[in-house]
Design a protein around this ligand. Structure first.
Ligand code: FES
Length: 213
């Protein structure tokens, strides 16, 4: 398919954009968005504690939006309206503010995706120079019949020092070779930690226990 044909095949709305409603006029009579009332918004204690802990790390609490949404997503499976309301209530921001973030970033889910595993293979420059295309192809092949394992390529995941690398349900592993794809899939299916000896978090520099600290 040529670039022109590919461009023509992208579904578009009548106004030519791929985004619905971007040119709809603002409803100036609509009530302003409000922050969910903490008195009537039930938030699980452990989720509240985690969100508050994230907020405590930043001078501006809004900087905790992404980790707070990720915490709610882990609990609810996705950034459901209820999850967003709970985060908004604790952070004292509007649900709309959080929804604008949740719909922008790749790692926040805006619809239910039950019981699945995400494998993000970094194919950005550092990883690509060290063989990421072959690693990605191997993952695609090995997981092709696995409905619960979703493989996709990703831009730089910020762990170039272990390139080529991947994030498996948020766990960074690398450096990878194509043959590691089968091991990762086997580990996921068995419920084991993935490539335990090559997890970024278990490197001596990151792991106090391994460092002997
Ligand atoms: S290029 Fe792959 S982690 Fe940065």
């Amino acid at each position: 398919m040529s670039a022109f044909e590919a461009e023509q095949s992208v579904p578009r709305f009548a106004h030519g954009s791929r985004v619905p409603g971007w040119d709809d006029a603002v409803d100036v009579n609509k009530d302003p968005a409000s922050i969910p009332d903490p008195a009537t918004t039930a938030v699980p204690d452990d989720l509240r504690a985690e969100i508050e802990e994230h907020m405590s790390r930043y001078p501006d609490r809004r900087s905790a939006a992404i980790p707070a949404l990720r915490a709610a997503q882990r609990r609810h499976g996705w950034c459901s309206p209820q999850a967003i309301d709970q985060v908004a209530s604790v952070m004292r921001v509007t649900p709309g503010y959080l929804a604008s973030i949740a719909t922008f970033y790749d790692m926040t889910e805006n619809e239910p995706r039950p019981d699945h595993h995400d494998v993000f293979v970094c194919t950005n420059i550092s990883c690509s120079l060290l063989g990421a295309p072959d690693v990605f192809a191997a993952f695609q092949e090995v997981a092709s019949d696995e409905d619960r394992i979703h493989v996709r390529s990703f831009e730089c995941l910020g762990a170039c020092d272990i390139a080529p690398m991947a994030s498996v349900d948020g766990v960074y592993v690398g450096p990878l070779e194509p043959r590691d794809a089968q091991t990762v899939v086997d580990d996921i299916k068995a419920g084991r930690p993935v490539l335990e000896d090559r997890q970024l978090a278990r490197r001596p520099v990151a792991d106090e226990e391994a460092r002997g600290a």
